[in-house]
Design a protein. Structure first.
Length: 274
């Protein structure tokens, strides 16, 4: 069985009423008991970036007259999807929108310029799409946004701090919280967080790429550094990404994963309840 190496937008977009994720979520909710059933889906700009402006197939044969037209349909797809998941009982939805990484990585910004796009204009478009996608989000539904720099077999894709996207992303995008990767120097410093308003910020300070355990006191110090930019009561802590973005997994043993999660719990208790 061959794996897909990419995707493109080849025709008009619409959210199918029988999308398989709906049944997947209903099953999860049925076995979750009293626990909240959380759903994670790709974010809207994963389509706009990988399927449109970074897709040579799309650029060679556009499926829409203009970028504005395709962006509008992506927005409608996500408005319909959010309502469908809400109707299915979902109250905690996470958008994995790692395509934002292409907008702060110099190499990928150069690729966008090569394709004829201004990275700063695309940053505004990414924000516009996300804001409009969430325009009709039910008030009792929490929607968060996760951004990382790649996590395939303990490797990475993007590098660079959040500064080039910070104002558009943090001050405009109307999610309830951000899951942000901060486990290595590739993520830059915490200064871009000065643009955060009232959203929660989950600091991904614990790497999922290796089993090496972080120093607890060093992590506490980093949380205090972030608290200079954002009220500490808006901060949370977590691993920087999942322990496996694909079926190949990362170079980390199962027990090491449990150890990392245990460390997150210990840190959270010591920082916010002590």
């Amino acid at each position: 069985m061959k794996k897909a190496k990419g995707y493109t937008v080849a025709s008009k977009l619409a959210f199918p009423k029988d999308h398989p994720f709906l049944e997947d979520f209903k099953y999860l909710k049925s076995i979750a008991g009293e626990h909240a059933a959380k759903l994670t889906i790709p974010g809207p700009n994963m389509i706009f970036h990988s399927g449109v402006i970074a897709s040579q197939a799309y650029l060679d044969k556009p499926a829409y007259p203009t970028l504005t037209d395709v962006a509008q349909d992506i927005v409608q797809v996500y408005q319909d999807a959010i309502q469908a998941f809400y109707d299915a009982g979902c109250r905690d939805l996470q958008l994995d929108d790692t395509s934002w990484g292409a907008l702060f990585s110099d190499d990928f910004r150069d690729k966008l310029r090569h394709n004829g796009f201004d990275p700063d204009e695309m940053t505004k478009t990414f924000a516009d799409i996300t804001v409009e996608a969430l325009k009709h989000k039910p008030s009792d539904m929490v929607v968060t946004l996760h951004i990382c720099r790649g996590n395939f077999k303990s490797s990475w894709l993007y590098q660079g701090g959040y500064e080039p996207i910070a104002e558009q992303l943090f001050s405009r995008v109307n999610v309830d919280g951000f899951f942000l990767e901060f486990d290595s120097d590739r993520a830059g410093d915490f200064k871009p967080l000065r643009h955060i308003k009232d959203q929660y910020v989950v600091l991904g300070l614990i790497t999922t790429k290796t089993g090496v355990m972080e120093d607890k006191e060093a992590i506490k110090k980093r949380v205090q550094e972030a608290a200079e930019m954002v009220d500490i009561h808006q901060l949370c802590i977590s691993p920087q990404c999942g322990f496996a973005s694909t079926e190949e997994g990362n170079t980390i043993a199962e027990q090491e994963q449990w150890n990392k999660l245990g460390l997150v719990v210990e840190l959270a208790q010591e920082i916010w309840t002590s």
